[in-house]
Design a protein around this ligand. Structure first.
Ligand SMILES: [Ca+2]
Ligand SMILES: [Ca+2]
Length: 125
């Protein structure tokens, strides 16, 4: 019941805030992973649903600064992006996790920041 269907996948929008790491773990406990946004259609759904609030997505450059990686192995370099203008800016040299924010645009922030999060999993058979 807590999951919402869109375009062949199911999404969970958290009711509480957590760090990126805790959010990642919570999605995994639910048999899912942090959302991987790989199309404008998916971006539009998430943008509509998150309404300018901050929600973690499964995108990080914590392994290597500037080398963004999707949590499910989706190739970042050849896939859709929707960064806010001027982002990612690695502000304070310490911003390695990404969330959606105003108008659903992406921003990098420090990973221990606490905000809502979106989990995603395939439609159960
Ligand atoms: Ca960074
Ligand atoms: Ca930033």
């Amino acid at each position: 019941r807590e999951w919402e269907y869109s375009l062949g996948k199911c999404y969970y929008f958290s009711l509480g805030r957590a760090s990126w790491f805790r959010a990642k773990a919570q999605c995994e406990e639910l048999g899912s992973h942090l959302a991987v946004i790989d199309s404008f259609a998916e971006q539009s759904f998430i943008m509509f649903r998150t309404r300018n609030e901050r929600f973690w997505i499964g995108l990080t450059d914590r392994n290597s600064e500037g080398d963004w990686e999707w949590i499910d192995g989706t190739d970042y370099k050849t896939t859709f992006t929707f960064w806010k203008e001027g982002e990612p800016n690695n502000s304070g040299n310490n911003e390695d996790c990404a969330h959606v924010w105003l108008a659903g645009k992406w921003n990098d922030v420090y990973c221990t920041y606490e905000c809502y999060f979106v989990c995603e999993k395939p439609l159960p058979r």
